[in-house]
Design a binder for this molecule. Structure first.
Ligand code: FES
Ligand code: FES
Length: 213
């Protein structure tokens, strides 16, 4: 089909609206349009995950063997949130820029939005849900956040906590600047960095007191 014929055909399928109507629609529906885009994408991906090609695999998440049907192109963040119900792992950018989706894989922080689930089959995944003890006692870094009330909306909080826990394994007694560098792969949309760092430093102190690893 030629370009002009294609444009004509598509044009004939669209309702006739004036430019004024179009602009009014964008202003009124802008927010709805952007969130609808997200929802449509989510439902498309959900539909995609139920098509032929998903493979039942077992992954070690928070010390439990979890089974899930996983597409070969599926990310760990998607599996955690939508297949295993572990929504503490947040999706911010979904493109390895914000750190909201940080989890530990074999003790090392990773962006779960940029790791394919199939690649973690022989590895141990730890999410924010697996940090506290079974009796409900918070991990020292979580306790540090509670002690200092370090976040505003807290959307970025799980990622920051997981990144800190991973960093503190290799440097349990960091300076403020070192810890800031250690979590520099995480962004906060509320830009509450000073309070966040104070909370994470308190968490590091809590960890040293309890000799938590
Ligand atoms: S959601 Fe993974 S880095 Fe932003
Ligand atoms: S506290 Fe809101 S995004 Fe970090």
């Amino acid at each position: 089909m030629s370009e002009s014929l294609e444009a004509k055909t598509i044009g004939s399928l669209l309702p006739v609206i004036s430019r004024r109507d179009f602009i009014k629609g964008v202003i009124v529906g802008g927010a709805a349009v952007s969130s609808a885009g997200y929802l449509f994408r989510a439902s498309a991906l959900l539909a995609q995950s139920s098509v032929v090609g998903a493979r039942l695999i077992t992954i070690d998440v928070n010390g439990q063997q979890r089974r899930a049907d996983v597409m070969k192109q599926e990310t760990l963040a998607w599996t955690l949130r939508h297949k295993l119900g572990l929504t503490g792992t947040k999706l911010g950018c979904d493109r390895a820029e914000c750190g909201s989706c940080t989890v530990l894989i074999d003790g090392v922080p990773h962006y779960a939005c940029s790791v394919l689930t199939h690649t973690v089959r022989d590895r141990k995944v730890l999410t924010i849900e697996g940090l506290a003890n079974a009796d409900g006692t918070l991990h020292p870094v979580q306790q540090g956040v509670v002690d200092e009330q370090g976040f505003q909306c807290a959307f970025c909080m799980p990622g920051f906590i997981m990144a800190s826990v991973g960093f503190l394994k290799s440097n349990p007694n960091p300076t403020r600047a070192q810890l800031a560098n250690g979590v520099s792969g995480n962004l906060c949309r509320c830009q509450d960095y000073d309070k966040i760092l104070t909370a994470l430093m308190r968490g590091a102190e809590n960890m040293r007191k309890t000799s938590h690893v």
